[in-house]
Design a protein around this ligand. Structure first.
Ligand code: NAD
Ligand code: XAI
Ligand code: MG
Ligand code: MG
Length: 348
């Protein structure tokens, strides 16, 4: 573990230098890693592990889009691609990568296949933390750990292919074999993590649910919509409003912030922008902080988990989801966005 200073707080992280891929391969050399579910994380993690030389199989319900995608990605039915039960029986490390709501339904089958000494691997602390709602209580004689890539499975794969890596958190919930931590870190390296930082299941799920509802996706869309509406109601055209709200942020400024930090960005815009940004970031913080507090409390109380389980388990979930996504897609801001995207030079 390398000790690093994060803004004055010392934390230990695991990098590929200290835990090289060869070591990860060695630790997991006798394991059959069964990736259960081929949605978003399933492809990213299984393909990265396959390319990294691990013994990986995929378990997925037959006949759907995900099954076809697995075949297109080179998984071979009967050899490396199996129905869920068969993969669960063959796997010694069960990577439970169904959607969190779906994990509840399949849990009795997963549990039946968790014989002593196997590992149960998650990419979220959800199922175990909210056990009163999910019923997910692993048997005492299996290792239970998580590696949670901090980003989409799509980027996990893309960055891996580019020779880069997404950061992941890791946590051990139960160490039955005495080797859970080593296996967990080896899995983290295997799925292509850039570096790994330690957490526990509770902290992973509460921070993750807050982040995705907050600045990563929920809050950012809310702020985009608010600014866009103010610009439009004051006579600005859709292209002007979209460029000034979204396009400049994603295409120009955020990559620079990612490289250099926010103070650099403030120092490298006009003095006019600089003065304005310095004056306005605190009022925005103060206006939104109560909403973030409300969000965190709703996560902490388990309310967000209840909503997620209830809504995502409805038989008409996909239909309702499509309606809500259509509302976003058909909104003027994102229609304007589609046109703006089509005008980016690299797209011809
Ligand atoms: N999506 C991400 O990028 C991401 C990032 C970090 C962590 N995670 C976590 O990883 C895990 C997997 O998430 P995901 O987004 O990849 O899942 P997903 O929603 O893409 O679903 C994965 C698979 O579950 C299958 N499935 C759905 N309902 C099923 C059912 N009732 N029975 C059997 N199979 C069913 C689907 O066919 C799909 O292939 C979750 O714990 C999630 O919180 C996801
Ligand atoms: C990609 C995210 C938002 O970070 C993940 O947490 C998810 O649930 O999909
Ligand atoms: Mg999440
Ligand atoms: Mg996340």
């Amino acid at each position: 573990m390398a000790k690093l200073n994060f803004g004055g707080v010392e934390e230990e992280v695991v990098t590929r230098e200290e835990f090289p891929l060869e070591k990860a391969r060695e630790v997991l050399s006798t394991e059959t890693i069964a990736v259960i579910g081929y949605g978003v994380q399933g492809p990213g993690q299984s393909l990265n592990m396959r390319d990294n030389g691990f013994n990986v199989i995929v378990g997925q319900r037959k006949g759907g889009k995900s099954w076809d995608k697995a075949i297109a990605d080179g998984w071979v039915p009967g050899e490396t691609l199996f129905e869920l039960e068969e993969a669960l029986a063959k796997g010694t490390i069960i990577c439970y990568l169904l959607s969190d709501a779906a994990q509840i339904e399949l849990w009795p089958t997963v549990k039946a296949n968790l014989t002593a000494g196997k590992s149960l691997y998650f990419s979220h602390g959800f199922g175990v933390t909210y056990k009163d709602q999910t019923g997910i209580v692993p048997p005492a004689d299996v290792d239970v750990y998580l590696v949670a890539p901090k980003g989409s499975g799509t980027s996990l794969r893309r960055l891996f292919v580019e020779g880069k890596g997404l950061n992941s958190s890791f946590a051990v919930f139960q160490d039955a074999t005495g080797k859970a931590r080593e296996k967990c870190i080896a899995m983290g390296i295997g799925v292509g993590s850039g570096y790994l930082f330690e957490t526990d299941f509770y902290r992973e799920v509460t921070s993750d649910l807050t982040g995705e509802r907050g600045t990563l996706m929920g809050a950012i869309q809310g702020i985009f919509a608010a600014q866009y509406e103010v610009l439009r109601s004051n006579g600005h055209t859709p292209s002007e409003a979209f460029n000034e709200t979204v396009e400049e942020l994603t295409q120009s400024l955020m990559p620079l912030v990612a490289e250099n930090g926010m103070d650099w960005m403030y120092a490298n815009c006009s003095t006019t922008a600089q003065r304005g940004a310095l004056d306005w970031w605190k009022p925005f913080r103060d206006a939104t902080k109560p909403v973030f507090e409300q969000l965190y409390n709703s996560v902490k109380s388990g309310e967000q988990a209840t909503i997620s389980i209830t809504r995502n388990s409805q038989p008409d979930y996909r239909v309702k989801l499509e309606e809500e996504l259509a509302e976003l897609r058909e909104s003027e801001i994102w229609q304007a966005g589609a046109t703006v995207r089509s005008l980016r030079p690299e797209r011809g």
